[in-house]
Design a protein around this ligand. Structure first.
Ligand code: PEP
Ligand code: MG
Length: 595
C-alpha cells in the first residue's frame, strides 16, 4: 500500500470509540482490507449440486487448515490460554447449523455454495442479534469471522496477512478476526482500531490478554483514515487522535510513560497477598465462563473461582450437556484450581441470557420472567442432572454451589431440597460426593436483600451479584443504553442494600462476597471492604489492581472513609466524594489528566 496522507484531516482530529484493550500507542496508520466479501447467489442445475458441495467442503477444509496453523503459532508463542478461541472457531466449522444447513440449501433449493452460505450466515446473525446478553451476542463476531473465511476461500479471495507488515504501525481495519489478533507481532503492530466490534468480542478479549491497545466500534475509521497517517490511540478511554499536534503528541507520550510504568508495577503485586496495610486478608477470586480460563486466573493470583457461569456449557452443543459431560467440565475446573475452591453457579438462563438450545418462550418482560433458579425449578430434570454433576465433582477438590436470582427463603429451600434429593440418589447409586459442599445464595433481587437476615440462616454464604442487583434495585435495564446513565453503583439505595446484606451475613456468621462487575473496580474496592465484603470475585486481570489499592490503606482508615460518604443523599454526591478520597490517596491512579 502507498503511504499517502489525506490533506483534509485537521490536526488533532478526535474520534471516539470503545476502549477495547487498555494502553496508549503512537504510530502511523496501516490500513488493512477486511471488508466482507460480496456473495453472489445463483440458481444451479441439479447436476451441479455435487460440485458445489465439494467446493464448500474444500473451503471448509482450507479454513480448518488455516486455523490449525494459527493454533500452532499461538502455541509456539506461549498463548496456550487463548487456544479455546481458535478451538471455538474450529468447532463452528463443524456446526450443523452452519455446515448442514448450507449443504441442505444447495441440495434442496438448488442454490450455489456462496449463496447458500450467505443465507445461512444471515440467519445465524439474526439469531445472535436478538440476544440481549452482550457477551453471548458478541459470539456473533465469531460466526462472522469464520463465515468470512469460508466465503473468501469459496470465491478465491486472499486475505492480507498481518505478520508481513513492516512496523511499528497502528492497524486500521473494518473488522479483525481473533486469528488476525493472535498473529499480530507486538513489535510491529503496536495497536489497532476497527469500525465495528465491542469490548466483549473475542478480538477484544485477545487484544487485552496480549497487551495490544485497541479501540473498536469507531464506525468510520476506515473511511476517514488514510494509510500512513500519524495517530495516537488510547485504549483506556476509547479515544483516537489523528494527526496529533506537537503539544498533543508530548502530552500523550507523558501519559503513555505513566501508564506503562503503572502496568509494569502491577506485575509485582501478583505474588503479594491480598490484604489491607494492617494485614486483614481479602480473598480475591476469579469469575470464569469456561474452564480454560482457570490457567489465567491462577497466573493472576486468584484464590479460587468465585463465579463459574455454567450457562456457557449449555451453548453451542446439540442439546444440553449430559451429566457426565458436565461432571467432566466441573471436575477439570476443580482439579485445575485445587487447593482453592471453585464456586459453581447453577444454570442462569432466561432473561437476558438467551440460550438458543432451550427455545425459551417469548416473554413480555424476560428479565423478570422465567430465568435462573425459576427456570431450573421448572425444568427439574435439567436441574437434577446439573446438581448431580456438581456434587460428583466435589470429590476432586473444594466445590461450592450457589443459586442465582433467589428471591426468598421458599426458593432457597426448594433448591436445597433438590440438592438433598440428588445426594440421596448418588448415595443409593454408590457414587461419591463430598457431604461438606457449602451452599450459597446469590443476592441479586431487592427481595433477597430485604429478607437477607432470613436467608442467612438457610445459606452457608452470600455472593452479591451487583450486575442484577443494581438493575432490579434501581429499576434500570442493564442492557438498555438509554437508561445506562442511571446505572449507579454508588446510589445510596445500592449502598444501603449492600450494607444490609453484610450485616445480615455477619449476624449469622456466614461469609459474604461479591461477584458482580463492581467487585473488580478499583474505585469501589475500599468501599466494599469497609462494608464488610471479605471475598471479591472478578475478571482475573483486575486482581493485581485491587491488591495495589488495598495494600496501601489500613482497615480503620478504610472504615472512616466509608463513614464520610455513606450518608450522602445522592449518587452524584457519593461518587464525587469517593473520587476525591481516592484521588487524594492515589493521585497516580485516579489523577491521569483527561486529554
Ligand atoms: C450479577 O448479576 O452480578 C452476576 C454476577 O450474574 P450475571 O452477570 O451472570 O447475571
Ligand atoms: Mg446475575
Amino acid at each position: 500500500m502507498t503511504a499517502s496522507v489525506k490533506i483534509d484531516i485537521a490536526e488533532d482530529t478526535i474520534l471516539v470509540g470503545i476502549g477495547a484493550s487498555p494502553g496508549i500507542a503512537i504510530a502511523s496508520s496501516h490500513l488493512v482490507n477486511r471488508a466482507r466479501v460480496v456473495a453472489i447467489e445463483r440458481r444451479i442445475a441439479a447436476e451441479e449440486v455435487q460440485a458445489e458441495i465439494e467446493a464448500f467442503e474444500d473451503a471448509l477444509e482450507k479454513a480448518r487448515k488455516h486455523l490449525r496453523e494459527v493454533k500452532d503459532q499461538a502455541l509456539q508463542e506461549g498463548l496456550s490460554e487463548h487456544l479455546y478461541i481458535i478451538d471455538t472457531h474450529l468447532l463452528i466449522l463443524e456446526d450443523q447449523m452452519l455446515v448442514g444447513d448450507t449443504k441442505d440449501l444447495i441440495r434442496l433449493e438448488l442454490v450455489n455454495a456462496e449463496g447458500a452460505l450467505c443465507r445461512v450466515l444471515k440467519r445465524l446473525r439474526r439469531i445472535f442479534d436478538s440476544i440481549s446478553d452482550e457477551y453471548i451476542r458478541e459470539r456473533r463476531s465469531d460466526i462472522d469471522s469464520v463465515g468470512d473465511r469460508i466465503m473468501r476461500n469459496l470465491v478465491g479471495e486472499v486475505r492480507e496477512t498481518l505478520n508481513a507488515v513492516a512496523g511499528p504501525v497502528l492497524v486500521v481495519a473494518h473488522d479483525l478476526s481473533p486469528a488476525d489478533t493472535v498473529q499480530m507481532d507486538k513489535d510491529k503492530i503496536v495497536g489497532f482500531v476497527t469500525d465495528v466490534g465491542s469490548r466483549t468480542a473475542h478480538t477484544a478479549i485477545l487484544a487485552r490478554s496480549l497487551g495490544i491497545p485497541a479501540v473498536v466500534g469507531l464506525e468510520t475509521a476506515t473511511s476517514l483514515i488514510p494509510n500512513g497517517l500519524p495517530m495516537i490511540i488510547d485504549g483506556n478511554t476509547g479515544t483516537v487522535v489523528l494527526k496529533p499536534s506537537t503539544e498533543t503528541f508530548r502530552e500523550y507520550l507523558e501519559k503513555k510513560k505513566r501508564y506503562d510504568y503503572l502496568e509494569k508495577e502491577l506485575e509485582e503485586f501478583r505474588s503479594l497477598s491480598a490484604e489491607t496495610r494492617d494485614g486483614h486478608h481479602i480473598v480475591l477470586r476469579a469469575n470464569i465462563d469456561l474452564g480454560d480460563e482457570i490457567e489465567e486466573a491462577r497466573k493472576q493470583g486468584a484464590e479460587g473461582i468465585g463465579l463459574f457461569r455454567t450457562e456457557f456449557l449449555f451453548m453451542g452443543g446439540n442439546g444440553p450437556p449430559t451429566e457426565d459431560e458436565q461432571f467432566e467440565a466441573y471436575r477439570e475446573a476443580v482439579e485445575k484450581m485445587a487447593p482453592h475452591p471453585v464456586t459453581i453457579r447453577t444454570l442462569d438462563v432466561g432473561g437476558d441470557k438467551f440460550v438458543p438450545e432451550f427455545n425459551l418462550a417469548d416473554e413480555l418482560n424476560p428479565v423478570m420472567g422465567l430465568r435462573a433458579v425459576r427456570f431450573s425449578l421448572k425444568e427439574v430434570k435439567l436441574f437434577r442432572t446439573q446438581l448431580r454433576a456438581i456434587l460428583r465433582a466435589s470429590v476432586f477438590g473444594e466445590v461450592r454451589i450457589m443459586f442465582p436470582m433467589i428471591s426468598g427463603v421458599g426458593e432457597m429451600r426448594a433448591c436445597r431440597q433438590f440438592l438433598e434429593d440428588a445426594k440421596q440418589e448418588l448415595r443409593q447409586e454408590g457414587l461419591g460426593f463430598s457431604e461438606q459442599v457449602p451452599v450459597g445464595v446469590m443476592i441479586e433481587t431487592p427481595s433477597a436483600v430485604l429478607v437477607a437476615d432470613l436467608l442467612a440462616r438457610e445459606a452457608d454464604f452470600f455472593s452479591v451479584g451487583t450486575n442484577d442487583l443494581i438493575q432490579y434495585c434501581l429499576a434500570i435495564d442493564r442492557g438498555n443504553e438509554h437508561v445506562a446513565y442511571l446505572y449507579e453503583p454508588m446510589h445510596p439505595a445500592v449502598l444501603r442494600a449492600l450494607r444490609q446484606v453484610c450485616q445480615a451475613a455477619e449476624s449469622e456468621g456466614i461469609e459474604v462476597g461479591m461477584c458482580g462487575e463492581m467487585a473488580g473496580e478499583q474505585l469501589y474496592c475500599l468501599v466494599l471492604i469497609a462494608l464488610g465484603f471479605r471475598e471479591l470475585s472478578m475478571n482475573s486481570s483486575n486482581i493485581s489492581r485491587l491488591k495495589r489499592i488495598m495494600r496501601q490503606v489500613p482497615l480503620q482508615e478504610i472504615r472512616e472513609m466509608l463513614e464520610r460518604i455513606i450518608d450522602l443523599p445522592t449518587a452524584a454526591e457519593v461518587s464525587e466524594a469517593l473520587e476525591e478520597e481516592m484521588l487524594q490517596r492515589f493521585p497516580e491512579l485516579f489523577g491521569l489528566p483527561e486529554i
